[in-house]
Ligand binder design. Structure first.
Ligand SMILES: Nc1ncnc2c1ncn2[C@@H]1O[C@H](COP(=O)(O)OP(=O)(O)OP(=O)(O)O)[C@@H](O)[C@H]1O
Length: 313
């Protein structure tokens, strides 16, 4: 096995009746990295995360987690924590009691200082003594993450952890995941939020109808995208339009993004042509006030890679 891999999956197939949820999936998750799993509804993300957590076993293929081959038993592999379909909590217990009870279930005797620390990391200190029954979705997600942290995971597996998070909750969760990875743990998470994935993940796997259509560094995915639409807002839209028309490889896109602001131009361009436009604008004394992709590079790649699959269903 590769010493630097937290997950090594080869040819994983999983059927539910006559539905193939995973169809020959290969996945490498490097140690100390945050790996995003993305795909349309029903692509197989939750099924794959469930296999990593030992909630189900594959019908075929091989799976190694933290260097150990996974057998047929339904059991969380050592060093792995996380949840799919929301964390399992006791509604009638407080946040603090939940963490103590979940630790006791594992046979651990979590010190109250460790519990306090986990609650602080996810930003739930103020509600530590409130019952989980009254918690919002975002608070339950954060409490589930705190429970996972108490196990000191070497691999953390989370299904859509951003669901229901307000901006403060998101900041806490991102902070926790980034810290874990910096300390050498690996994180695999699914999300439909491209902005979260781009902010957090170094690697991404895109699934479509149970198959991997891309897996690798996020930078490679975005670099592979040939052309993107960019909003360019300048101090002189007229001059910007004229200059854009002169740059080879740039096409002006009417409509989206420019509609509400006459100073905004939307151009479709590969990165080198966009660079050339920026240089020409500056040389011509046209100030650039905004330059941003209309949809994020990950979202553009996601749509390009998954839409043909969707259409083919
Ligand atoms: N327990 C189950 N019984 C029957 N079919 C299932 C079961 N779990 C998943 N499936 C099917 O397997 C496929 C993959 O589902 P899965 O939940 O893994 O997708 P997903 O990518 O997590 O989707 P979403 O983004 O909607 O959460 C779907 O066709 C789904 O209907």
């Amino acid at each position: 096995m590769d010493a630097l891999l937290a997950v090594r999956a080869r040819g994983i197939t999983k059927w539910f009746g006559n539905v193939v949820a995973l169809d020959g999936v290969d996945l490498d998750v490097a140690q100390g990295r945050i790996h995003g799993l993305v795909g349309p509804n029903g692509a197989g993300k939750t099924t794959l995360l469930g296999l990593l957590l030992g909630l189900a076993v594959a019908d075929s293929g091989s799976l190694e987690i933290l260097g150990t081959p996974v057998g047929r038993a339904l059991d969380a592999p050592d060093g792995v924590a996380g949840f799919v379909d929301g964390p399992g909590l006791y509604p009638s217990l407080t946040a603090r009691q939940n963490l103590a009870a979940l630790a006791a279930l594992r046979g651990d005797d979590a010190r109250s200082s460790a519990i306090d620390d986990a609650l602080a990391q996810v930003g739930l200190t103020d509600v530590a003594d409130e019952r989980a029954r009254g918690f919002s979705l975002g608070m339950r997600q954060r409490l589930g993450l705190a429970a996972a942290l108490l196990t000191k995971p070497r691999l953390l597996v989370l299904d859509e952890p951003s669901n229901g998070l307000d901006p403060a909750g998101k900041k806490h969760v991102h902070g926790v995941l980034t810290r874990l990875a910096a300390e050498g743990a690996s994180v695999v998470l699914s999300s439909h939020r491209m902005d979260d994935l781009e902010a957090l993940c170094s690697d991404v796997t895109i699934l479509a109808t149970g198959r991997v259509v891309f897996s690798g560094p996020l930078s490679k995915l975005t670099a592979e995208e040939q052309e993107l639409d960019y909003r360019v807002r300048t101090c002189d839209a007229h001059a910007a339009r004229r200059l854009a028309a002169e740059v080879a490889g740039i096409r002006l896109v009417d409509g989206a993004g420019a509609r509400h602001d006459a100073r905004v131009l939307v151009v479709r361009a590969p990165a080198p042509a966009l660079d050339e436009l920026v240089v020409r604008l500056v040389q011509a004394g046209v100030a650039i006030r905004e330059l941003s992709p209309v949809v994020s590079p990950l979202e553009a790649a996601f749509l390009a890679l998954t839409e043909p699959e969707e259409a083919g269903r």
